[in-house]
Design a binder for this molecule. Structure first.
Ligand SMILES: [Zn+2]
Length: 310
């Protein structure tokens, strides 16, 4: 072999080796916030190519028999990275993939777990809500993320919860609970009895503006009940992991209660929806991340909901 062909051969070997490295899955960063409960902190942002749609808090709970995943992230790629994070912690099988609600940042990683043959678990109202928005969600995901969205798809629940349900991971029971329409009409929480850890999905936003895609009245009712659960640890859908309790819930409750109060007053005065949007909650801007993206939409949603009360 002459020198030139030896170099070519070496370059080829390096190329193959680096391709293998690129293919190796980088695990998603997770933190054990309570024994057996591992959570990943998403970016406080809307989905962008830079964050790859990794904007929700997701994670998993480990029992002696198997693992339950709680939300899978905004893309197939994020779901795969979450799966790699699980494999770095335990060789136990993934027996449940739980979705806390229909929103894209919580469900589009589901397909990464298909080969594990888990039960996909969600509210009894989840499948229909996903189906109604599937086309829009996929179109938006591809527009927002481009190549990073590749392979992402909706995987509907195979086991549904209406009210309260229990999953046994071996030495660890998870209590799943559905709620009155609030953030969405298919919100579901997961409570790990053993560690007192409550995974709220988007029924709790910490520092990031709560988004009303269901009912502000229902959400306030749910908050009163969630408060009574008095968890030792909390994983909110967005914002810092294990934030101060109940202060984080207090802040969300105050925002939603003020929103309902001010929108009711505007309707009573005969103000238009546009006038309400332009005048309500302007001082919330300094209190919440993503105010500019979601607050006006919240006023619009609350107005549409509350005008039927009169
Ligand atoms: Zn959500």
């Amino acid at each position: 072999m002459n020198l030139a062909s030896a170099w070519r051969r070496m370059a080829f070997v390096i190329l193959i080796a680096s391709a293998t490295i690129v293919r190796a899955q980088q695990p998603l960063s997770v933190r054990q916030i309570a024994p057996g409960n591992f959570a990943h902190r998403g970016h406080d942002d809307v989905a962008t190519p830079a964050n790859g749609g990794d904007i929700a808090n997701v994670g998993f709970v480990v029992g002696t028999r198997c693992v339950a995943v709680i939300d899978t992230g905004g893309t197939l790629a994020e779901g795969r990275a979450l799966r790699a994070a699980i494999r770095a912690v335990t060789p136990l099988p993934v027996c449940y993939v739980i979705n806390t609600h229909m929103h894209p940042d919580h469900i589009f990683g589901n397909a990464a777990f298909r080969d594990d043959h888990p039960q996909f678990v969600g509210s009894a109202k989840l499948a229909q809500a996903e189906a109604a928005r599937a086309d829009n969600y996929l179109r938006a995901l591809n527009r927002e993320l481009g190549a990073a969205a590749a392979g992402s798809e909706i995987v509907a629940p195979t086991r549904t919860i209406d009210g309260i349900g229990t999953l046994d991971l071996g030495g660890r029971k998870l209590t799943l609970r559905t709620w009155k329409t609030a953030h969405t009409n298919n919100d579901l929480t997961v409570y790990d009895e053993k560690s007192g850890t409550l995974w709220t999905g988007d029924l709790l936003f910490a520092g990031c503006m709560p988004v009303v895609d269901g009912s502000v009245v229902g959400w306030l009712d749910d908050i009163a009940r969630i408060r009574q659960m008095n968890p030792r640890h909390v994983v909110p859908g967005h914002g810092p992991l294990d934030p101060p309790w109940p202060q984080t819930l207090d802040a969300e409750q105050r925002y939603l209660a003020d929103l309902a109060r001010d929108v009711r007053a505007a309707i009573k005065k005969g103000e238009t929806i546009q006038r309400a949007v332009d005048s309500i909650g302007l001082d919330e801007r300094r209190k919440w991340l993503l105010y500019d993206v979601y607050h006006r939409r919240n006023v619009t949603a609350a107005y549409a909901e509350l005008e039927w009360e009169q």
